[in-house]
Design a protein around this ligand. Structure first.
Ligand code: ZN
Length: 251
């Protein structure tokens, strides 16, 4: 009986191999989880996860309840909230200390430790983001574009103008997304994420910690853009919100 079970399992496994389906687990996305943190938790590159989950159109926008196939993983893991050491990942490309609260945690010269998100400190109310670029707003949040509502604001600026991080945080994506062109996504405390799109150049990579006001790229017109401008989004727990509600008044 036991032998039969093993034989069936072996047969099943060999079939999986023959069918080209790799070994892995299904991860159910929870509220606020990002592809970056999921990839860090399992130690599997984002690109690899995306390859096995062609349903992901926008790697910065995961929806709670979505199921992702994590190739190579042997067990489902808990994804820790941002700002904490991700359990089980071998190397951290970012600048996270080994364990927070440990004064002896190794630090590499020139690297800055992440600011711990202060839990329940009313950060959501007090958060005032910096303007990510200087220029006129040419399109506001929620404006209709064909059959879709605008998920951010457009700030017109000359090509090559600096883009700065609206708040300190960790870069969770830097690369190309169809429509967005070259885009940078930064995760901040309290479930906030900012998105900077149509860039000519990205100066930062996924995993890097950036400070509020740090130059992260240059304004451009990559992706679906008629002229040079910065498309800027603020998302709270993956839902786009009106950036003007969170940006300091007056620009
Ligand atoms: Zn836009």
């Amino acid at each position: 009986m036991r032998f039969l079970k093993i034989a069936i399992l072996a047969l099943f496994a060999s079939c999986l191999c023959q069918c080209g389906t790799p070994y892995g687990v299904w991860h159910k996305v929870k509220r606020g989880e990002t592809l970056y943190r999921i990839s860090q938790t399992y130690g599997v590159p984002m690109e690899k996860i995306m390859k096995h989950n062609p349903q992901i159109k926008d790697p910065t926008l995961l929806i709670a309840g979505d199921k992702l196939f994590i190739p190579g993983a042997s067990e489902v893991k808990e994804v820790p909230p941002p700002g904490r050491q991700t359990a089980g990942s071998h190397e951290q490309r970012g600048s996270k200390p080994k364990s927070h609260g440990d004064a002896k945690a190794q630090s590499i010269p020139g690297e800055k430790p992440p600011r711990q998100p202060s839990e329940d400190s009313g950060a959501e109310k007090s958060l005032r983001f910096l303007w990510p670029a200087r220029g006129q707003i040419t399109s506001r949040f929620g404006e209709r574009r064909g059959n879709r509502a605008h998920k951010g604001i457009d700030i017109a600026a000359p090509e090559g103008a600096p883009i700065v991080a609206a708040e300190s945080g960790q870069v969770i994506f830097s690369g190309k997304i169809s429509g967005y062109g070259k885009v940078i996504v930064i995760e901040h405390a309290s479930g906030f994420v900012t998105v900077y799109a149509h860039n000519r150049k990205n100066y930062v990579k996924a995993g890097e910690w950036v400070e509020r006001g740090q130059r992260i790229g240059e304004v451009g017109k990559t992706g679906r853009a008629s002229g040079p401008h910065l498309h800027f989004e603020i998302r709270v727990n993956n839902t786009p919100v009106d950036p003007l509600k969170y940006l300091a008044k007056g620009g």
